[in-house]
Design a protein around this ligand. Structure first.
Ligand SMILES: [Zn+2]
Length: 291
């Protein structure tokens, strides 16, 4: 039997230009896929129009091409996927794994962890607001390729979480899970700020009957113990930098040691030949990283 082909992805939100923080995820996910002979796909997570910056999706894509990272397939736009998200919600509602919630923000406890108030049906006279996933599994454990074993109490720290928002938008967690399945993603390489989301995504995958990809959470620009990005670089759009300099900066941040002064093509050749994920510095725990 042939092993499952590796498929990685980069999934930016079009909320501004490509910055070094997301460039690090792009470079990390690209090299993890390419060095295993895999494919690297691109997904634009444009499901939150109020947060989007006009034109930024095409500017991010242009930057990636300019930096030498071309996706191995058509770009998937989440704004074209509403029917698939709705079908998954309908499936969960029908199976009794999700429920309508009438609570407003002030009905939620200060911890923000939902206490199951609307699990058993309709509140008279109020309009349903959101759809929540019924969370019945006590804990979630998984092994992250970089951060090691992660264990989260779903009942205590997560609770029944929103999959269709009260403002009518589809929730990020649902869209990611449905699209990772649709695109056949086998490994997710992204910033450690999303480590917190992983257990919700694993639980959703299980509930929907999907396979789970492997996960690797990269250090954040603010929290890495290795090469730190300067404040200026963190804030600076990548487009202001020469492509080879931008890619070399991301590689250095990821603990790799490219020879100085290489042009873009030999730099990528070096990176694909020498990429070693064991050299990536681990981040501090995400709670500390958010400071
Ligand atoms: Zn409720």
């Amino acid at each position: 039997m042939n092993p499952v082909p590796v498929v990685g992805r980069f999934a930016p939100s079009p909320t501004g230009d490509l910055h070094f923080g997301s460039l690090i995820s792009a470079v990390g996910s690209f090299l993890e896929a390419k060095t295993q002979g895999g494919k690297w796909l691109l997904r634009v997570e444009d499901i939150d129009p109020p947060r989007e910056v006009k034109g930024s999706a095409s500017r991010i894509i242009d930057d990636l091409y300019r930096l030498g990272m071309e996706p191995d397939g058509p770009i998937l736009y989440q704004s074209s996927r509403y029917a698939a998200y709705q079908a998954s919600i309908d499936q969960l509602l029908k199976a009794g794994r999700a429920f309508a919630c009438w609570c407003t923000r002030k009905d939620l406890p200060p911890s923000g962890v939902y206490q199951g108030t609307c699990r058993n049906g309709i509140r008279n006279g109020r309009k349903p607001r959101a759809i929540r996933l019924l969370v019945t599994q006590e804990t979630c454990d998984f092994s992250d390729a970089l951060q090691g074993n992660v264990s989260v109490s779903l009942t205590r720290d997560v609770g029944d979480f929103v999959i269709h928002r009260a403002d009518g938008l589809y929730a990020y967690q649902l869209a990611v899970v449905v699209d990772d399945q649709f695109q056949g993603i086998t490994q997710v390489v992204r910033g450690a700020d999303l480590l917190d989301s992983t257990c919700r995504q694993l639980y959703l995958q299980k509930t929907l009957g999907f396979d789970s990809p492997a996960y690797m959470h990269l250090p954040l620009a603010l929290s890495a113990d290795g090469h730190k990005l300067s404040k200026r670089l963190q804030a600076d759009p990548v487009k202001h930098h020469a492509p080879a300099v931008a890619v070399a900066t991301a590689l250095l941040f990821l603990g790799q040691n490219p020879p100085a002064g290489l042009a873009l093509t030999p730099l990528w050749e070096w990176a694909i030949e020498n990429w070693n994920s064991k050299l990536i510095p681990r981040s501090k725990p995400p709670s500390a990283a958010k400071v």
